[in-house]
Design a protein around this ligand. Sequence first.
Ligand code: PLP
Length: 443
Amino acid sequence: MASILADVDRLVVPGLTHWNHPSFHAYFSISASGPAILADLLAAAFNVNAMLWKAGPVATELETVTLSWLRQLTGLPPSFEGIIYDTASTAVPHALVCARERLGLGVRERGLAGRAELPRLRVYCSEQAHSSIEKAAILVGFGQEGLRKLPVDDAFRMRADLLAAAIEEDRRHGWRPCCVVATVGTTGTASIDPVPAIAEVTERHGLWLHVDASYAGPAAIVPEHRGVLAGCDRADSLVMNPHKWLFVPIDLSVFYTRHMDVLRRAFSLIPEYLKTDEDAGARNYMDYGIQLGRRFRALKLWFVIRYFGAQGIVERLRDHIRLARLLAERIEADPDFEMAAPLSLSLVCFRYRPRSLAAKLSRSAGPERLLVEREIDGRNQQLLETVNGSGKLFLSHTRLNDRMVLRFAIGNIRTGEAHVLRAWDTIRHAAAGAMAHVGGNDV
Ligand code: PLP
């Protein structure tokens, strides 16, 4: 064991990307908190497989209890019940299959292929939705053409009017609209789709509404941000990821639905060796998804909620949101930088736009303007590489309106003001260094 552990230091640690470091600001910054790490160790040691109630009574009961706590903390109504999957990417195909099952097309029994009477099914999301939606459409047989991505407004949110128009147009052309996926906290900018207006549309057309609140769902625990889940009580299903912004090590994703009966109808298949004689009240979570074998994931969520408590969680999430605002204020006050999307929760999207190039941009039009834009993109790419190459912090990027944008996500439990201010210093110095290299900052 000593030599294995020595090799961990020698061979494994140098090869890590340090997701659990307070200066990790790429993607969505996450945390494995101490209590949850301990719980995961215990879960590994217990090694129960929570497929049936009798195969893991306490794992089953604790899953129900912790998901009820999380539901209450985020203000979702009691009509939502949940199940833990590994990731949000696993949750989406479950939502799509439920949506299809509810249409009563007999797909579970007869499949999709070779059925002339079956209309083509369509799913809707915004063009800012996560790629897992498209993967799910591929996986469950809707195909990439079965997903229609709708344009967003200038704050990167789905437009409910365009959704309604797309559904009506599709119906006229013989598609069968099936499901809408709204996002609360998009990957690119943490924008929040207008779920109440989207729910109006899905209710009018009888479509399943799935909400991807993978990142932003936990923000609803903070009283002044409860509104992020406004309208989600009208969703048919919703996913949120405690492994993103609730201090639980990957993986733990919670799938809530108001229709556990539909989920069960879609997925339950009980071979002889798994038949049980418990009374009907016992929940066998294997009936509610594709997985049979299931880790005791609820334990780490139980530890987090008990250890930090509701108030402790509120304070930490609130602080991340405060730190994001602090950084956004610095960016807005710097003439060589600009915000690239409205600030949302703990994600800051910004762009290096040196004064000299900004002036050039304002003087140019057409193809020349495009060239300046590409030059600014290049500077941002260079900045990203310099900052990440410094090893002091880690950022990621996205493209918005065909422009390169840097993303600074705050979500690690140990990230404090000093980390964010130091990171901002590093970014500014790297940018100034790059400008000095190409001939200064002056217009
Ligand atoms: N949805 C959103 C909005 C995301 O940002 C992500 C990942 O960052 C996902 C879904 C996929 O999450 P997972 O890794 O749990 O599949």
